[in-house]
Design a protein around this ligand. Sequence first.
Ligand SMILES: Cc1cc2nc3c(=O)[nH]c(=O)nc-3n(C[C@H](O)[C@H](O)[C@H](O)COP(=O)(O)OP(=O)(O)OC[C@H]3O[C@@H](n4cnc5c(N)ncnc54)[C@H](O)[C@@H]3O)c2cc1C
Length: 477
Amino acid sequence: MSKKYDAIIIGCGSNGIAAAIRLQQKGLKTAIFEQAAVPGGATKTKELTLPGFKHDVGSAIMPLGLASPFFRNLPLQQYGLEWVFPEVAYAHPFDDGTAYACYKDIQATAAQLGEDQDAYLNLINPLLENWDKLNEDLLGPLGIPDHPLQFMKFGLKALPSAKMIADKYFKNEKTKMFFYGSAAHSTLPLNTLISASFGLVLTTSAHKYNWPFPKGGAGNFFDALVQHYKSLGGEIYCDQLVNDIRDLPNAYSYLFDLTPKQLLKIKGLNFNSLYRKRLEAYKYGAGVFKMDWALSEPIPFTSEKCRKAATIHLGFSQKEIEESEKGIHDKKMTDTPYVLVAQHTPFDSTRAPEGKHTAWAYIHVPNGDTTDYTEIIENQIERAAPGFKDTILERSAMNTVALEQFDPNLVGGDINGGRQDITQLFTRPVAKISPYATPDPRVYICSSSTPPGGGVHGMCGFHAAQKALKDHFSELL
Ligand SMILES: Cc1cc2nc3c(=O)[nH]c(=O)nc-3n(C[C@H](O)[C@H](O)[C@H](O)COP(=O)(O)OP(=O)(O)OC[C@H]3O[C@@H](n4cnc5c(N)ncnc54)[C@H](O)[C@@H]3O)c2cc1C
């Protein structure tokens, strides 16, 4: 029996649209059904504070968007995407007013680190030199790596906790904090196995690509994806909350850009009880408390290195960062949390009225937490940038509930579609030869709840689409 579509994608986040583009590239007829009024998922830009101030509601800095083996081969520049590369990929200020900068140039970065210089090069350089091989395996589905030797060497450094790697390689506390800054993106306590891997991958990506962001807002990156998809003949239907697969048009395959908790609520799926139980056991990670500001001037960071970076990691001692990230999991938040700050306007004046600026930040919090951390976050920024509070024209704060209302995939404020620890990073949502397939032969999962996990790289969507192609349209592969 002929079907109206070859494939339907439910949810138009970066993974949903990546899946849809991949299938459309292969000549299939596809459509995306999205519950929100506009596509983008957690990749959207909005005037959250004052008119003319454009804020990235979710993702803001996109090294993986540029590094993605799938996205980087799409003609997104044709649709207006322009990458902005700040001089410093990320910076980490210290209480004494100094800072370390992560430059694209690894030698210049290491040169700041005094007696830790050689250790930094020994840790990161082998990964940088083999990045092209590693990238394919790291952003690929679980399986036998294409480059087993490089992957094994990476694994030996990546498997331990960030604390073990920092203490093993570095002598100075400042270097350890610098490494923690990127390792803490894992949203895991820093003494947890595999937390080092996030620091290693993100640091290496900074030396390979810098940490760029899209000019004008993260939403411009998504608009380019939408325009490209439509140019291939794809269709997007917004304001379409999908509750029952039987309400959707007939198709050979359905790819859900949803996390397990949401998928379990969809009616009409032929999942057996064992699979349902395994999805129910899926663990979500910490949430985030997110802030945006309209500012009268750039954040007045004491250190010039911070003024030259779009991403700033705040955490003023090794102990403070460790306790902050551990506290989330013990539900004991500290008053001095690790803060991730992004500032776009010093490098992209299109995001605010003339002479004005924006800033973006979040901290990790317990999943589902509703506490207001505004003052705590602003105090932390003030430590590195005295006078920051005087520059605030307006602020927006989103707790975990507001984030989930904005995008239902942010379950309890979890921005990675599920906890990314050793039990779930490679085998999400369940341990299975293809985690994208489900017991219902029509149904696939393509969200960040599948490998390689969170971030705007589209590779979960790409691999889910490849699996659907293999199962239903193998002649096209
Ligand atoms: C505050 C914050 C900061 C972040 N910072 C960064 C960053 O700087 N860099 C980075 O790379 N990543 C960042 N991320 C993570 C990144 O945004 C996510 O990993 C990415 O968006 C995951 O894409 P996705 O397609 O899997 O899911 P999503 O982007 O969440 O998209 C899922 C889509 O499905 C839709 N949907 C859900 N249920 C239904 C339904 N029943 N019917 C129809 N549609 C439905 C949703 O509305 C949504 O549009 C951040 C996220 C947040 C929230």
